[in-house]
Design a protein around this ligand. Structure first.
Ligand SMILES: Nc1ncnc2c1ncn2[C@@H]1O[C@H](COP(=O)(O)OP(=O)(O)OP(=O)(O)O)[C@@H](O)[C@H]1O
Length: 508
């Protein structure tokens, strides 16, 4: 188990030349095993008397930082002690002088952290922090799990630093790095670009070079973010920041400070100025995912920013000029929301300058074989399989006939489950057959599955049917219950009601 964990974590860390992308994949994996809200990485620079933060990833962002925090001589002395433990749990950062002073200047919400020291050529390079917003979150078993990653983390950090230093000195390398960064947001990663997404890709090519706002519409999991990445990769902003913001995941009270940043002293706890997502995206692209979830009050302020191309940080007076490309996405019918007056018409006009409709997977079934092949290869690498598991033609037909309400994301989940069940193959998807009986479109335009076969002559108990249906929703959403695209939303019930119903039915 530990070996498998180590392998998968290393695989994530080595999956990209970009430290941020690698760390983000690492975070996505690690958070399934550790109660963390984010990871940061910093280096100690004795020659400057500071600690430089290089990266920060959390649920909303994966950003390269260039933030220096000056430290006192006392603190420097602590850092220079080479006999300090390689890994430390700090369950209340107030108890650690250096961490308490340094970390909140960059990550104000940090409360507890596991610090993993990176050592290169026998010198203290810096630390990777696995943090939580809640105090007292970490146990020794968490530290045991991540301790073995120190060498890989040290190595990729050392390479990143070497890369950054060389870049400063060499224009040619700078160009090369830009190209590598472009590769991270590669348009080549769009499976189906010559098939069911051809029309979409023609639109992407037409719009990429312009600064026009783009509105992507399509069902949950159909690839809106993948297409946003492709637009960024093909634009002249490639190599500049691409900041993804999940508008539905930000609590209403934090929207302004998260989007527009804040000044020191703007509110209790604002000990330092913080750049919001818009400022972080300056020069590049901001991807406003789930834009339909933005409350009306925030829509007004967003409109103002888009019209003026400036932001004012919370608690500030000075306006900051921005040069940003906006890509918004939604699985909702925004036009219908405009009619219902839950989405501002003026904002809709501002965003929908160039709408792109991403077809659902069932509207481009011809892409299924290619997608299956692509994800089997990815998953085989993830699970370290020597041979790719096969899919027999009749099982491919099962995939072709299924309705895919959760689109490509659901296809990935189905393939992953089949591979876990039988890693050597051939893969079976028979469980989908029962569900693929009838498709019923809902008001939101999504499709749900109803299997009426149980209602023929012998009825099943209602609770059994409800359990089956909830399980189906959880499968579609990859286990996500809360928030946009979660099971509660698909079933149109309050998430807490659904959770307690699941408990009652023994589903969780
Ligand atoms: N054409 C594609 N080629 C390769 N991978 C894809 C493609 N479309 C979707 N995926 C993969 O499917 C998953 C879901 O895609 P993505 O996050 O882009 O969907 P989305 O429409 O933005 O979802 P949501 O509405 O939930 O935000 C991702 O893992 C993505 O990499």
């Amino acid at each position: 188990m530990k070996e498998q964990f180590y392998y998968q974590a290393t695989h994530c860390l080595c999956s990209s030349l970009s430290l941020e992308v690698a760390l983000q994949r690492y975070y996505e994996f690690i958070k399934q095993h550790l109660p963390i809200d984010g990871i940061f990485l910093n280096i100690y620079r004795p020659e400057h008397g500071d600690i430089q933060f290089l990266s920060h990833v959390n649920e909303q962002q994966a950003v390269a930082l260039d933030k220096q925090v000056k430290i006192s001589a006392d603190m420097a002395e602590v850092l220079q002690q080479n006999d300090r433990p390689v890994i430390r749990i700090i369950n209340d950062i107030k108890h650690d002088q250096v961490t308490h002073f340094v970390a909140p200047q960059v990550i104000p919400e940090i409360s507890s952290v596991i610090l993993l020291r990176m050592i290169s050529s026998n010198t203290h390079l810096g630390v990777v922090g696995f943090y939580s917003k809640i105090p007292g979150q970490f146990k020794p078993l968490h530290a045991d799990l991540i301790e073995p990653h120190k060498d890989t983390l040290s190595l990729i950090t050392a390479f990143t630093l070497r890369g950054r230093n060389l870049l400063k000195a060499n224009q040619v390398l700078s160009q090369e790095n830009d190209n590598l960064r472009r590769g991270v947001f590669s348009a080549d990663g769009v499976v189906g670009s010559e098939g069911g997404l051809k029309k979409v890709m023609v639109q992407v090519d037409a719009i990429a070079g312009l600064n026009t706002s783009v509105l992507m519409q399509g069902e949950t999991g159909c690839g809106k973010e993948v297409i946003a990445n492709a637009i960024h990769a093909k634009s002249n902003r490639a190599g500049k920041p691409f900041i993804k913001v999940n508008c539905g995941a930000i609590p209403e009270t934090l929207i302004d400070s998260e989007l527009f940043g804040y000044e020191k002293g703007a509110f209790t706890g604002a000990e330092n100025r913080k750049a919001g997502y818009f400022e972080q995206a300056n020069g590049g692209t901001i991807f406003l995912d789930e834009i339909g979830e933005l409350p009306l009050s925030a829509q007004v302020r967003l409109l103002r920013v888009l019209q003026n191309s400036t932001i004012t940080r919370v608690g500030g007076f000075e306006s900051v000029d921005l040069d940003i490309r906006v890509i918004a996405a939604t699985h909702r019918n925004l036009q219908a929301m405009v009619h219902e007056k839950t989405f501002r018409e003026d904002l809709w006009y501002r965003l929908a300058v160039f709408p792109i409709d991403i077809p659902s997977l069932r509207q481009r079934r011809s892409d299924i074989p290619l997608l299956v092949q692509h994800f089997i290869e990815t998953l085989a690498a993830k699970f370290n399989l020597e041979k790719l598991p096969r899919v027999m033609p009749e099982q491919l037909a099962v995939l072709n006939n299924y309705a895919w309400p959760g689109n490509v994301r659901e296809l990935i989940n189905v393939l992953e489950r089949a591979i876990i069940q039988n890693p050597s193959g051939p893969l079976s998807f028979d469980l989908l057959t029962a569900a693929a009986k009838e498709e019923v479109p809902t008001q939101s335009g999504q499709t749900i599955i109803v299997d009426p076969s149980h209602a023929s002559d012998k009825l099943v108990p209602l609770d059994t049917m409800i359990s089956k249906y909830i399980n189906h929703a959880m499968r579609i959403t990859g286990g996500k219950l809360y928030g946009p695209g979660g099971a509660a939303e698909l079933l149109d019930v309050n998430p807490n009601t659904l959770k307690s119903r699941m408990k009652k039915l023994g589903l969780c």
